[in-house]
Design a protein around this ligand. Structure first.
Ligand code: ZN
Length: 181
């Protein structure tokens, strides 16, 4: 039996971030890869054992010549000449690329899902949606999403990422980089 009290190697240890923060930061990291100049969104799906199942970010349809497509969203142009004609949302990309069932998973998203993605999330039997921003909450699409989630029994809640988590992560990254030198 190890004597905890007298052993110098028993150091009180605590993770600087909790699971919610950990996965939201991963969703934020995924969004960083998006080429969309105006709205970068990331999504990470996690199972009940806190294992990441899939992730995605918003981008043009995979495998096509992106240089032929517009990133602009000026409504004066027709849909054919707006990004909306060609972009696949972060949640949709994550769902499309998952090799495993998403039933019962939690979805961490940097932006509350649009109604098209809400349909996919509900059909995938996701259990909970955790979001960072809900900046489109006044829109009809947003109301439809919330109606779909409520009808499907999908919980949803907003998560705040505090500066302290970002700062401690930044400090950690610097420590990792310094170790290389
Ligand atoms: Zn969407």
């Amino acid at each position: 039996m190890l004597n905890k009290e007298n052993n110098i190697n028993f150091i009180p240890a605590k993770s600087p971030i909790n699971w919610d923060e950990y996965f939201m930061l991963q969703a934020m990291m995924a969004s960083f890869k998006s080429k969309d100049p105006s709205t970068k969104v990331g999504a990470v799906f996690v199972d009940k054992n806190n294992h990441q199942v899939t992730m995605g970010y918003n981008g043009f349809v995979a495998g096509i010549d992106e240089t032929q497509l517009p990133w602009g969203k000026d409504p004066q142009a027709s849909l054919e000449f707006q990004k909306y004609g060609y972009v696949v949302h972060a949640e949709a990309n994550a769902i499309l690329h998952s090799k495993d069932s998403l039933e019962g998973t939690r979805a961490y998203v940097t932006l509350f899902p649009c109604h098209e993605c809400a349909k996919l999330l509900a059909s995938s039997k996701v259990s909970e949606v955790i979001f960072l921003s809900d900046k489109h909450r006044e829109t009809e699409s947003n109301r439809i999403s919330k109606k779909i989630f409520s009808l499907a029994g999908i919980k949803f809640r907003q998560l705040e990422i505090h500066d302290i988590a970002i700062n401690s992560m930044h400090k950690h990254f610097q420590t990792l980089i310094e170790q290389v030198l």
